[in-house]
Design a protein around this ligand. Structure first.
Ligand SMILES: Cc1cc2nc3c(=O)[nH]c(=O)nc-3n(C[C@H](O)[C@H](O)[C@H](O)COP(=O)(O)OP(=O)(O)OC[C@H]3O[C@@H](n4cnc5c(N)ncnc54)[C@H](O)[C@@H]3O)c2cc1C
Length: 473
């Protein structure tokens, strides 16, 4: 489509959504042509995230901001005209949080890619569009490490990580995104720019507003700069792999480990996910395994050997039929690659409904048994992978065809898994966020008083509800 055809399509859309063509041109004039996109073919690519939430809207425009000032201009314009704005990082979200709203603006941070590392304070100041893997690589040049490592680290942005409070594989020992955020710049719904926190390792002045924005999923403000805390680079790791007859024995082994140590990784895959990854990547995984646990130790010297032995013992004592340990980091990395590939490999088997439920650790065996029961009763395949050491599981409903009866049963199972976790004092989401897909279950977890408090905060910051409407609330 030519630029002029695209413009006229946008003029039509603008008129049909209560914003006049002149008003849209006013925004274009403030931002420039390369940043405000209205070509319908381009807009199509910004309508959904990885979760493919149903019924995405067709946005009026996509704005690719380059600086905080651009975001401020968009929010000033959007609040004046009452236009919804959906912030978007890399679109790898698994809860439908970056789903376009009809007639709204999608505010993409993909061009905001600067990073500055300060080895003295061991901090980095980062724009939100940089991928997690790029942040890790940039700080590694200074011998430093940014720990949070979602499996999607090569395809997700640091801004999206902050907005979802992303977790990952090493978080069992090193904590999640919020544990590394010292400060940020945020553009509020009316275009006000606030700077929170700073490169200060201790700071208790005022309310903890920085933490309020971490995990707020684009509903309270748009994060345009982040200051993160860094650690010295991680020591080499040893890996222990255990093969188990079933998922319950596997989760008992998890408790045997977490009650004694904090390993650097403790990940879980069930038979369905092992078979999907093996079919996809041909890595030589044991497809007869009922389940597999993957643990790592990054202690140094003799402590690492002792921790590796403790993990191996816990595996054997809880019914592992095979235990394999290696100090070779490349060999260990192969198993990590297999675990990280689970979603994409399962996605090749069918369409996915992805869950992210977590429970207090002692309830883990009960949770995995309950998920098996739901799968059997609803006659719906549910694969299971987990950041097991955190009690955070990903039951994944796999639909190999579009049989409407099966789809209806899958939706029921999707809700029952969340009800099950809530009933165990757990959470509907450990790391992916509530988004659109889990919003109906949030009141059951939080209760009416906490929902009311959350709504009051939302209304105070975004009185006209233009920031990511439909997400979380
Ligand atoms: C294969 C695969 C594996 C994954 N594994 C993990 C995992 O191990 N751990 C984990 O936590 N997640 C995982 N995820 C989910 C996803 O990658 C994370 O939620 C990630 O943090 C999203 O980042 P993004 O840049 O893609 O954000 P997007 O999908 O673009 O957006 C996510 C949410 O953040 C909001 N947002 C984005 N940028 C901003 C901003 N600058 N300001 C305000 N709001 C913003 C959006 O509005 C949306 O609500 C996985 C996803 C995939 C596809």
């Amino acid at each position: 489509m030519s630029a002029s055809t695209a413009d006229s399509a946008a003029d039509h859309d603008a008129a049909s959504h209560g914003v006049t063509a002149t008003e849209l041109h006013e925004l274009r004039a403030r931002l420039g042509d390369t940043q405000l996109l209205t070509d319908p073919d381009v807009l199509e690519g910004y309508r959904q995230d990885w979760a493919k939430a149903p019924d995405p809207g067709m946005p009026l425009a996509v704005v690719r901001a380059r600086a905080t000032e651009d975001v401020r201009e968009v929010m000033r314009w959007a609040s004046t005209h009452g236009v919804p704005v959906v912030p978007r990082g890399a679109g790898s979200g698994l809860s439908g949080g970056a789903t376009a709203v009809e007639g709204g603006i999608v505010l993409s941070t993909e061009l905001m890619r600067a990073i500055e590392v300060d080895p003295v304070t061991r901090t980095a100041t980062v724009q939100p569009g940089l991928y997690n893997a790029e942040v890790k690589a940039a700080v590694a040049e200074h011998g430093l490490w940014y720990p949070p490592d979602p499996s999607s680290y090569e395809i997700c942005s640091i801004g999206g990580n902050i907005a979802t409070n992303a977790g990952g594989l090493c978080c069992v020992k090193y904590g999640v995104t919020t544990d590394y955020v010292l400060g940020m710049t945020v553009v509020l719904a009316d275009g006000t720019v606030v700077r929170l926190g700073g490169a200060r390792l201790k700071d208790t002045a005022g309310l903890s507003l920085t933490k309020l924005f971490v995990g707020s999923e684009g509903t309270l403000g748009i994060v345009t700069e982040i200051i993160v805390r860094l650690l010295p680079e991680q020591p080499p790791r040893s890996t222990v792999v255990g093969i188990f007859p079933d998922v319950v024995a596997c989760s008992e082994a998890v408790l045997a480990i977490t009650s004694r140590i904090r390993p650097a990784m403790l990940e879980f895959m069930d038979n369905v996910s092992i078979r999907a990854v093996e079919a996809d990547l041909r890595m030589g995984l044991d497809t007869s395994a009922g389940a597999m646990l993957l643990a790592q130790s990054d202690l140094t010297g003799a402590d690492r050997a002792a921790e590796t032995e403790l993990i191996s013992e816990a595996f054997r004592a809880n019914g592992a039929t095979e235990v394999f340990a290696t100090d070779d980091s490349d060999e260990g990395e192969q198993f990590t690659v297999a675990r990280r590939a689970a979603f994409t490999s399962l996605g090749k088997v069918g369409s996915l409904l992805l869950e992210d439920v977590g429970v207090p650790l002692p309830a883990l065996p009960q949770l995995v048994a309950g998920i098996e029961e739901i799968s059997a009763r609803r006659d719906i395949p549910i694969a299971l992978v987990a950041h097991a050491g955190d009690g955070n599981t990903h039951p994944i409903i796999v639909l190999e065809d579009d049989d409407p009866d099966r789809a209806a049963r899958a939706q029921l199972a999707f809700g029952e898994v969340m009800d099950l976790a809530i009933g165990m004092g757990g959470t509907i989401t450990g790391e992916h966020g509530v988004g659109r897909l889990k919003a109906p279950w949030l009141p059951a977890q939080l209760g009416e008083d906490v929902m009311d408090l959350s709504r009051r905060i939302k209304t105070a910051l975004d009185p006209h509800g233009i920031l990511n409407p439909g997400v979380m609330f």
